[in-house]
Design a protein around this ligand. Structure first.
Ligand code: IMP
Ligand code: MG
Length: 175
């Protein structure tokens, strides 16, 4: 059975929005230190595109990989750390950079866990947000796009590890 990807958000729109969000972040953290935490693998492309547009902020990077326990496509709420951060968070302004917030279970759990490491502040920046699917409250400070309840790929997001490299956000269709 063949698959193809229908474009939902074109590359130009994503770039434009990332520039706007990066400008807002630059304004909010002007002259301060900012520790970006990329949630692998989905957040990788967004993190790079966002970070290079943040100006006059003392930026550092770290990476974390998590997986939800339980089968299926729905998040169970129990998050397993597959790769932990390299650096401590004490006293840092932390910004978690994520690909998508769906049920909210992953980030609800993760933000509490990281909060316990004593950062000065902790905020969330996401490329995509599916508010209609929310089960756990997540305080999102920066969100690029709100999307309907559709499974999307591209710009870091995968379907069975495929399509992460697409420069746009799309919906997988089967034919
Ligand atoms: P949550 O815990 O339900 O918010 O799950 C968020 C995670 O599920 C994201 O970090 C993605 O890895 C994955 N996910 C949720 N929706 C999609 C989607 O539409 N496409 C690809 N991955 C998704
Ligand atoms: Mg993810």
């Amino acid at each position: 059975m063949g698959q193809h990807v229908r474009v939902l958000i074109p590359e130009e729109d994503i770039e434009k929005k990332i520039c706007e969000v990066a400008a807002k972040i630059s304004e909010d953290y002007q002259g301060k230190q900012l520790h970006l935490i990329c949630i692998l693998k989905g957040g990788a492309m967004f993190m790079c595109e966002l970070a290079k547009r943040i100006k006059d902020v003392d930026v550092s990077f770290d990476f974390m990989s998590v997986s939800s326990y339980g089968a299926g496509t729905t998040s169970s709420g129990i998050v397993k750390i597959v790769k932990d951060l390299d650096e401590p968070l004490e006293g840092k302004n932390v910004l978690i950079v994520e690909d998508i917030i769906d049920t909210g279970h992953t980030l609800n759990h993760l933000s509490k866990l990281l909060m316990d490491r004593g950062p000065k502040s902790i905020e969330i920046c996401t490329l995509l947000n599916k508010p209609s699917r929310r089960e756990k409250e997540v305080p999102v400070k920066y969100s690029c796009f709100e999307i309907p309840d559709k499974f999307v790929v591209g710009y870091g997001l995968d379907y069975d590890q495929r399509y992460r490299n697409l420069p746009y956000i799309g919906v997988v269709e089967f034919d």
